[in-house]
Design a protein around this ligand. Structure first.
Ligand SMILES: Nc1nc2c(c(=O)[nH]1)N[C@H]1C(S)=C(S)[C@@H](COP(=O)(O)O)O[C@H]1N2
Ligand SMILES: [Mo]
Length: 317
């Protein structure tokens, strides 16, 4: 890999050789069609030049719906959890530069009437891409605000027509140990897998993420496609997905398989339910000095509380 890694301001073109991205023009074309001015504004300063440049967080001026500023592109792409590449958050970016994201297909299968395998280009063209600024709260009690691009998971699921027996959705990451050195570690049950109940997956907040900051998704953030479920701890938001399967039974997940008492299937952000080894009542926003109070369902209570009516969230953690 002829790529050098410097700690200063790193351009995406430096940490990710350009040919591994989807063509930027294709991405912007697909995303820009539906996204309108919000997304185009983020792209405007660099729409023309041939190489990508780092968006300037000081001038992006974007906030989430609570008024929290988005994290810098640099933070979002250099502080990552992605155990396939490294358990060290700062090493994921340099370790993932050689990852191949093209060609890429996503198989949607299981209890559906119309199973289908999509090429990534088709997903980008077929489903209008929109910007969603979401908080991501990691179970390790740090958080970020990220300007994602993507489309509702429900749009894809509706197209394949889940049968009435489909109760859960299972997601699987690509298994490619020759490119993902972490997958050679036998302590983890690879490939990474995650799951949602079907009504959770159908909630409008749950998206398939295909980009951030108006760029195609960087390797370290799960290129070319991942899910984002902002009211749950970050580990539910599985990266580099190749398979989505509708099932009748609750799927096994990587973290609950290893430590069921620490990482439950639901993993809803909940300041009132501590992790067995630490409190979940507050969090460190990356880039800030103090701590913030953690919000119920990560601040998305109004949109998702109905999903858990009558459930004991201390038991169903
Ligand atoms: N395949 C895969 N997906 C993954 C992980 C991982 O190790 N492998 N880590 C998860 C965790 S713990 C978090 S907090 C988020 C981090 O996403 P980000 O690095 O894009 O911020 O990705 C999640 N998705
Ligand atoms: Mo996490």
């Amino acid at each position: 890999m002829g790529t050098t890694y410097k700690s200063a301001r790193i351009k995406p073109s430096e940490i990710t050789p350009k040919h591994h991205y989807l063509s930027r023009r294709d991405f912007i074309k697909a995303a820009g069609l539906a996204a309108g001015s919000a997304l185009l504004a983020a792209c405007a300063p660099k729409a023309e030049g041939s190489s990508m440049s780092t968006p300037d967080p000081a001038t992006s001026g974007k906030t989430d719906e609570l008024g929290n500023p988005v994290n810098s592109f640099e933070d979002i792409t250099n502080y990552n959890n992605y155990y396939e590449f490294s358990t060290d958050k700062r090493s994921v970016a340099p370790e993932s530069t050689g990852f191949t994201t093209h060609p890429w297909t996503v198989e949607v299968t299981g209890l559906v009437n119309k199973p289908k395998t999509y090429a990534i280009e088709d997903l980008l063209k077929r489903f209008p891409q929109e910007e969603r600024i979401y908080r991501l709260r990691c179970v390790e009690a740090w958080s970020m605000v990220i300007p994602w691009t993507g489309f509702p998971l429900a749009s894809l699921l509706n197209e394949v027509e889940p049968t009435s027996n489909a109760k859960y959705v299972r997601f699987e990451t690509v298994y490619r140990p020759e490119e993902m050195p972490g997958q050679k570690n036998p302590l983890y049950p690879w490939p990474y897998q995650e799951g949602l109940r079907i009504d959770e997956a159908m909630n409008d907040l749950a998206i398939l993420g295909t980009g951030l900051y108006g760029e195609a998704l960087p390797m370290q953030d799960g290129a070319p496609i991942r899910i984002i479920v902002p009211w749950k701890y970050g580990f539910k938001s599985i990266k580099s997905i190749v398979k989505i399967e509708l099932t009748g039974e609750e799927p096994s997940t990587l973290w609950s398989a290893i430590q069921p008492n620490e990482y439950g299937f639901y993993a809803n952000v909940n300041p009132n339910v501590d992790h067995p080894r630490w409190s979940q009542s507050s969090e460190r926003r990356i880039g800030e000095l103090g701590r913030r109070a953690t919000l119920m369902f990560n601040g998305y209570e109004e949109q998702v509380a109905y999903l858990y009516k009558g459930m004991d969230l201390a038991k169903n953690y």
